[in-house]
Design a protein around this ligand. Structure first.
Ligand SMILES: [Zn+2]
Length: 499
């Protein structure tokens, strides 16, 4: 058994909505499952917060001495356009849209996702689990549920009967009486309860599905929720410690995972559920042609190092809804650059990131208690903003011995991974396009241009277009209307051709 050190880790458990002290099922070992992406499109920077949070969780656990086993899934089949099992498979739609095979789609978006995580210095999990590699396990899982009487078969496939689970919805605190099926899609014929969901989706008789497998219920594909239950148990054991994901997973995906897993086991499943809040991108979209999303590569094209984004994320609590703005990112970069400059000035050579024990040993006898301060911050439900504040404050303290500052920086890097040991401050600025324009401002100018064109003043309209062009915004008139995108500095055309 490993030695676990530092303050007790207190975390906010969505199940029960309270702060709890972390107590793993197995002493010294933490088993964690993180809901991964559906690889049918690029992950925007808001999506990436979930993985920076999962990485922070892992770093904090390892810093305290836990052996961490972490699994993240890659969903490459089964996630429909509605989380409620209605609509079409996201991968199949993307395949039609991009005229590439589902396998090419999955491979492409998985690669970009993994590159983004690497740029953000996320350490790879113990295991990536890909849904299409585990269909056998999913079928076996659904068989057990059927044998136990939790499932019923319809023409649309095998469905889970949520009425058989007395505490269904406990994670989301769902008001079942008030629940209605979404009005946008027609409910599946024969479903017993609005909340029932597909374990197995039967292939339509009159159409060929791009991805389908044989099963006891005929040809078809697994349901999205089933994937995570089957794959997490396969690698982490029937019960494990922590399940993480974005808050959007609470009402349907995680609610259904929990219900089917506890039905399968006949006892409680994962005790701790951690959910990160959204990053709101509404005010910062830079390209309408990309559906209003903002990618990590967009930040790079605008001259921001990916670690400046990580620094920004760590500056707010993972459970707070945060608005992304370019000014906010610039503010994070300035703070990070000053911090790196102060560290470089005072501690020109650096070592490797330290564990809690190593940091504490090296600072033994020191009057100040930096590792404790850092540890207390991250142990309080991952208060990374506080940890950054401790570090920033101490880096300004000219009385602090250089050796101590060095240890402090090394320890902080182990927890925060924002380039304290190896990133030169000037590297935070990448070569970029000329200008940062808020989307609102571009929209306003385009509105003026539209107005000018309506009244026939084409010279004025062209003038606005030229001005935007000078500011690095490319405007194109298409059959669907006017679209615009921010031109990369030297990266050639943007990726909009893929979307
Ligand atoms: Zn999941």
């Amino acid at each position: 058994m490993r030695l676990v050190v530092g303050a007790p880790l207190r975390l906010f458990n969505t199940l029960g909505r309270e702060l709890q002290e972390f107590a793993p099922l197995e002493p010294g070992r933490a088993r964690v499952y993180t809901c991964g992406p559906t690889v049918y499109a690029y992950q925007h920077i808001g999506n990436l917060r979930a993985y920076v949070f999962a990485d922070t969780l892992r770093r904090v656990l390892e810093w305290k001495g836990y052996e961490v086993v972490q699994v993240i899934n890659i969903t490459d089949v089964g996630h429909l356009t509605s989380d409620m099992d209605e609509g079409e498979d996201k991968l199949e739609l993307a395949s039609q849209r991009e005229e590439r095979s589902v396998w090419e789609i999955a491979a492409h978006y998985t690669d970009v996702f993994l590159e983004d995580l690497e740029k953000l210095r996320m350490r790879p999990p113990t295991l990536w689990a890909k849904a299409t590699d585990h269909v056998e396990e999913m079928i076996a899982f659904a068989r057990v549920l059927e044998e136990k009487g939790y499932a019923y078969e319809l023409e649309a496939g095998l469905y889970f009967d949520t009425a058989k689970v007395p505490d269904y919805g406990k994670l989301a605190l769902l008001d079942l009486e008030g629940l209605q099926e979404g009005a946008r899609v027609a409910p599946t014929a024969g479903k017993r309860n609005p909340t029932d969901f597909a374990l197995w989706r039967a292939s339509p008789r009159d159409a060929v599905r791009l991805m389908e497998w044989d099963s006891p219920w005929g040809k078809g594909a697994p349901g999205w929720h089933l994937e995570c239950s089957a794959m997490s148990m396969r690698y982490l054991g029937e019960r494990f410690d922590v399940h993480t994901g974005g808050v959007d997973h609470i009402p349907i995906h995680h609610t259904n995972e929990l219900a089917q897993s506890e039905a399968y086991l006949g006892r409680p499943w994962v005790p701790v559920w951690l959910h990160n809040e959204f990053i709101n991108l509404r005010r910062a979209k830079i390209s309408k042609s990309k559906g209003g999303t903002l990618l990590l590569s967009d930040l790079e094209q605008q001259g921001f190092h990916p670690l400046a984004y990580r620094f920004l994320l760590l500056g707010s609590h993972y459970r707070s809804q945060t608005e992304f703005t370019w000014q906010g990112l610039e503010g994070a970069r300035v703070a990070q650059r000053r911090l790196l400059e102060r560290l470089r000035e005072r501690v020109p050579t650096r070592g490797d990131p330290l564990t809690y024990e190593e940091a504490a040993t090296r600072l033994e006898g020191s009057a100040l208690a930096y590792p404790e301060q850092l540890d207390e911050a991250v142990s309080a439900d991952f208060n990374t903003a506080q940890a950054l504040a401790v570090l920033t404050q101490l880096s300004r303290d000219s009385e602090l011995p250089v050796d101590d500052l060095d240890v402090l920086a090394s320890a902080s890097e182990a927890l925060l991974a924002v380039g304290l040991l190896d990133l030169a401050p000037e590297k935070l600025d990448l070569p970029a396009g000329e200008l940062l324009l808020e989307a609102d401002e571009v929209d306003r100018l385009l509105g003026e241009r539209e107005e000018a064109r309506r009244r026939g003043d084409f010279a004025a309209a062209d003038q606005i277009r030229d001005r935007l062009d000078e500011l690095g915004v490319e405007v194109r008139d298409t059959s669907e209307g006017t679209v615009w995108s921010v031109r990369a500095a030297d990266a050639g055309p943007a990726r909009e051709d893929h979307l």
